[in-house]
Design a protein around this ligand. Structure first.
Ligand code: ADP
Length: 398
């Protein structure tokens, strides 16, 4: 089957076409500046990347431009739209309604609209992409794959916050967790790599990209994760603060004369390693450069970031009463050996030891712990698009 995988945001739309039999990417690209002017990037497998300015006043026009590129006589990868067998949509928040991926139909969209208040920035944008595809691809089956679904197996003790229970009942305020598609994909692969059955293993996945989260996967199920009601909780990220004392919100609002929206903007967009480094960058490559140049704030940002990751990993070892293997994934986790080293420095007491030579690896699947390490540590590249394509095939086959 040829699966079109769509990840739609408020002004951008990423896409890939994946052949589900060979799992090869047939074409990929991006629509940017939707609602502003519009730019399409399109790259067929083995072909050149092409950028074209195309008016995209709405998401429907953006999807139309993707369809036109995919069916183009010269550079397209299919003859007609009918050759696309299904669409898999990445959806951010499924609340408690979606414990797994779901076939897109009217009832599913109505159920998702109920969840929208939990993710006002992400879900409505995702749904616009779904609606645009439904309008233009009326006969093509579609599946929604939720970032939260994998974490729906968390026990109550992990997902409840220490606030009045009635707010959980009334408003669904609890930990949901995100990056589920990636945590599921990487943890399954990690179990294979260490030769343990997925359903009797204790694994920790550190998804470290611009957004970052950790997940404890016990016997094939997510039992805890660092992101919460929203992707703001947990680790320090590119520009997000992660965990913070809620009293600091009130104090900062008072001191800076900010309203709630203003403080949330600081915590989401001006914090993390970007804010800690004194606005140098949210990109770790720039922070390392800063360290080389003697920038003390860049060094602090790396230290605070990795200390938080260390604490979460240690906490999840305790939560599962042990760990068989740890995986690093996503842009930073796959590529930054220095950060992996800083994070894993303090696990000697558990007998977990990195192999500094092997740890030099970038973006490739590799074991980076010593042969005598009590738990294996691996770099496992994530592939969320492939995971969405696999889920789409699975749900349609049901
Ligand atoms: P997201 O999908 O959340 O936007 P990614 O998983 O693409 O993020 O990760 C992006 C981050 O990964 C960048 O901000 C950068 O800090 C880090 N990164 C990517 N490549 C490298 C590299 N070669 N060395 C160090 N860090 C890298």
């Amino acid at each position: 089957m040829k699966i079109l995988v769509i990840n739609c945001g408020s002004s951008s739309l990423k896409y890939q076409v994946i052949d589900s039999e060979t799992e090869a990417v047939l074409a990929k690209g991006l629509c940017e500046r939707i609602g502003i002017d519009g730019r399409l990037t399109y790259q067929p497998a083995g072909g050149e990347k092409k950028l074209t300015d195309i008016p995209m006043p709405t998401h429907t026009q953006a999807v139309q431009s993707v369809i036109d590129a995919l069916t183009d006589e010269n550079t397209g990868i299919v003859k007609s739209l009918a050759d696309i067998d299904a669409v898999g949509h990445r959806l951010v928040h499924g609340g408690e309604k979606f414990k797994e991926s779901a076939l897109v139909d009217d009832a599913m969209i109505a159920a998702m609209e109920d969840v929208n208040p939990l993710a006002p920035l992400h879900n409505p944008a995702n749904l616009i992409g779904v609606e645009a595809c439904r309008k233009l691809m009326k006969d093509t089956p579609m599946v929604g794959v939720f970032d939260t679904a994998f974490h729906q197996t968390m026990p109550e003790k992990a997902y409840l916050y220490g606030i009045p229970y009635k707010y959980y009942e009334k408003y669904g305020i609890r930990k949901y967790g995100f990056h589920g598609t990636s945590h599921s994909f990487v943890s399954k692969r990690l179990a294979e790599l260490i030769g343990k059955p997925y359903d009797s293993s204790k694994l920790i996945v550190a998804h470290l990209g611009n957004g970052a989260s950790i997940c404890a996967v016990e016997n094939g199920k997510s039992v805890d994760t660092s992101m919460g009601l929203s992707p703001l909780e947990g680790l320090i990220m590119g520009t997000r603060s992660g965990d913070i004392d809620p009293s600091a919100v009130e104090y900062l609002a008072d001191k800076e004369g900010l309203d709630m929206k203003g403080v949330m903007n600081v915590l989401n967009k001006q914090s993390g390693v970007y804010g800690l480094s004194g606005d140098v960058s949210s990109d770790f490559r720039d922070l390392w450069k800063g360290v080389e140049e003697g920038n003390e704030l860049c060094r602090k940002a790396l230290e605070v970031f990795s200390y938080r990751v260390t604490k979460y990993i240690g906490g999840y070892v305790a939560a599962m009463n042990g760990v068989d293997a740890i995986a690093f994934t996503a842009g930073l986790g796959e590529n930054d050996s220095g950060i992996r080293e800083m994070i894993m420095e303090n696990f000697g007491y558990l007998g977990i030891e990195l192999d500094n030579e092997a740890n030099r690896i970038r973006g490739e699947e590799q074991c980076i712990s010593t042969p005598s390490s009590k738990a294996a540590v691996w770099v496992v590249p994530t592939n969320e698009e492939l995971a969405i394509a696999r889920e789409t095939v699975r749900i349609l086959g049901k």
